[in-house]
Design a protein around this ligand. Structure first.
Ligand code: PGA
Length: 252
């Protein structure tokens, strides 16, 4: 039985003060939802304050990125050792990291292994561009991203990983993928690839989120697909009705 999981990805939004005010406003509402795990993946500078504000809450805390080293001469980077006291999860390989900061599959793989070594659970993001989608390359591309990101990761570690499938053309655009599109790729490009790598038993235990313009009004549709186990939510996680979104995601 996979416990569904909806994670908010705030991206580069909210000051520390705004972050604390916001989580204090929504935490009771989120705690009242049963049958769904939720998390906020917040800017690194807000991790200590948000973790403190959520210390008595069931809502998990995540980072949005981390360095591929533990310490040293890496100006501007933040290491897994630094985020560990505050973060349960870390998003790795988000398409914005890949596009604007040149993150490769190999780097995502390195970071995933390091996060796991520090008991931080990776949310590994994958997804194709509009051009790849239109060229019919989605299946091969996403499956390739998954294989590369998971290279050398043991079954025991795999069981701690969450995969987020986010078609790039659906992120922040209001152009959400249809349930059939998203569920189809999640099944054939993600879960079947996991089954190929780790066996079907393991693949059936891995949580796979959909991401891309998920809102309170469409989450239930996604959750109705048997292979979609939650969502990675950008814009809609910055608003108080994120509580409604999470509640609407609970399937009967
Ligand atoms: P969005 O972002 O919900 O604003 O489309 C999703 C994401 O990038 O994780």
């Amino acid at each position: 039985m996979r416990v569904p999981f909806i994670a908010g990805n705030w991206k580069m939004n909210m000051t520390v003060a705004e972050a604390v005010t916001f989580v204090n406003e929504v935490k009771d509402g989120l705690d009242a939802v049963s049958g769904m795990e939720s998390a906020f993946c917040v800017p690194a500078i807000a991790l200590p304050s948000v973790a403190a504000a959520l210390s008595r809450s069931s809502v998990f805390v995540g980072a949005q990125n981390m360095a591929n080293n533990e310490s040293g001469a890496y100006t501007g980077e933040i290491s897994p050792v630094m985020i560990k006291p505050f973060a349960d999860y870390v998003i790795l390989g988000h398409s914005e990291r890949r596009e604007y900061y040149g993150e490769t599959d190999a780097l995502v793989n390195e970071k995933a292994k390091l996060a796991l070594a520090h008991s931080i659970k990776p949310i590994i993001a994958c997804g194709e561009s509009l051009a790849q989608n239109q060229a019919g390359e989605t299946q091969a591309f996403v499956s390739g991203q998954i294989r590369a990101a998971l290279d050398g990761i043991s079954t025991a570690d795999m069981l701690k990983i969450v995969i987020a499938y986010e078609p790039i053309w659906a992120i922040g655009t209001g152009l959400s993928a249809t349930v059939e599109q998203a569920g189809g790729i999640i099944k054939t490009a993600v879960r079947d690839t996991l089954a190929d790598l780790y066996g079907n038993d393991v693949a059936q235990q891995i949580r796979i989120q959909y991401g891309g313009s998920v809102k309170p009004h469409n989450i239930a549709d996604y959750m109705s697909h048997p292979d979609i186990d939650g969502a990675l939510v950008g814009g809609a996680s910055l608003k108080p009705d994120f509580v409604e979104l999470v509640a609407n995601g609970v399937t009967a």
